[in-house]
Design a protein around this ligand. Sequence first.
Ligand code: FES
Length: 548
Amino acid sequence: MRLASGLVLFAYVATHLLNHAFGLVSLATAEAARLWFVGFWRSAPIGALLYAAFIVHIALACAALYERRTLRMPKLEWARLLLGLSIPFLLAAHYTGTQIAGELYGQDDPYARVAWSLWSRDRGLMPLLLTVAAWAHGCFGVHLVLRHRPWYRRQFHFVFAAACLLPALGLLGFVAMAREITLRMADPAWYATQIAGVEVVTGMQKAVLDWITDGLYAGFALLLGTLVAARAWRERRERRSGASVELRYPDTVVRVPRGWSVLEASRAHGIPHLSLCGGRARCSTCRVRLEGPADHCPPPSAIEQRTLKRIGAPAGVRLACQLRPTGDLRVTPLLPASGAPAGRQTHFGAVLGEERQLVILFIDLRRWTGLAQQQLPFDLVYVLEQYFEAVGDAVLDAGGVPNQFIGDSVMAIFGLECSQSDACRQALQAARGIATRLDTLGARLLAEFGLTLDFGIGIHAGRAAVGAVGYHDTRTLSAVGDAVNTASRLQELTKALQVRLVISEPVARGAGIATAGLAAQDVRIRGRTGLLRVYAIATPQELHAPVT
Ligand code: FES
């Protein structure tokens, strides 16, 4: 409900900004668009929906703030919270001057009058602050919800550009209207009909509107004050009663007031604890195994039950973000909170912009689409991260560069800083390392998610151009050319041949491996002339024979 109500408000702000942006065309165009805008948002059902969304959103945000036992949270969430809290205060005067004035006294709010009144008061500073706060709050909220979705990550730059462009156009439209009005003010007839003529609110009515504005300020301040006081009162009561629970983690023991969730306890004590959905029971990455008296764990709520059922959680496993223990417990987080490997870099700057002999490795997960339909999106993100980490580590350990992670595929480059034969050996070593790591990961994912992990790898050696491809700051190292296309086709061939690894003759020759016992065949590769001899290998670990 918080998300749905937030989206309604976000749509309102977006269309409002769009309406302002028409001011860049002309005041008359913006005014014509405003009639559509007002006709839609002030119609009875949509208006009711908008008010309901506003009330529900604020109420749920306050409830969530009260529920939080600790205010430790990521910076982005803090920014979203502070921006959200500032909106009612920035909005109050604008709201009474337009909406309330219209409803109580029948005053219309055409752009000519409203833009001029805002511009002449403070050059539009308040609308600027209000626009930035409301829009940024909405954008942060949407980003926090979508940030782990693969399609969103892929399209992020477009989304980011749109998120910057719309308020910029809206504000420029507002300034353009203010300038147009300033020029037209020289015409007394225009001023009389467009500005002075529509100002129907009397001095007394203005005083009433100011009084309402002050009431709104006071109401919001009271709401916030009550919230802070309620939190303080609860904390004091909990401290006085001495009611606390002891949570025994594998490496440490912490004591927290009763009523805290296990995830809050972890965060408050700096214990690494994975929580991809931010504690909303929408993933299962915070899951913990519990030992202790059953009556120390209140039964799971409906939403927690649903997630536990979906992942087939055994008895004794709960979501740390939802469980608020009433007594001492032993707690074991089940998923490691490790991030991507840090500080591992390669120095390939010297080879950018060259065409050269390289060895390319492609790996792809099998049946990923089917798996993706069965799992929770946040869990998939976690699985993908673990998979990328395993592949990336194996490639780096072998001396290659993992440089493209697309969907469930990874491309790695070998030979940027070594000879072709070394690169071939490195690529085969990476394939063995990947297989070993993914076997270990697969066993874990089978136990944790019921997922069976399988993959196919293709390796080819040939010419390719290396360069920094992308746009502005998003340039990444990439390779293009025959070696890349062929390695990708060999990876696809693993499906047809039902093996995990297919390597080409140049790779086998470069690495100096004995090929006598390998299943060889000559295949035609799309986009290539002639046949290519390839070796199909059931699993990369078969290649542990000493390199000749
Ligand atoms: S953090 Fe996602 S379910 Fe707990």
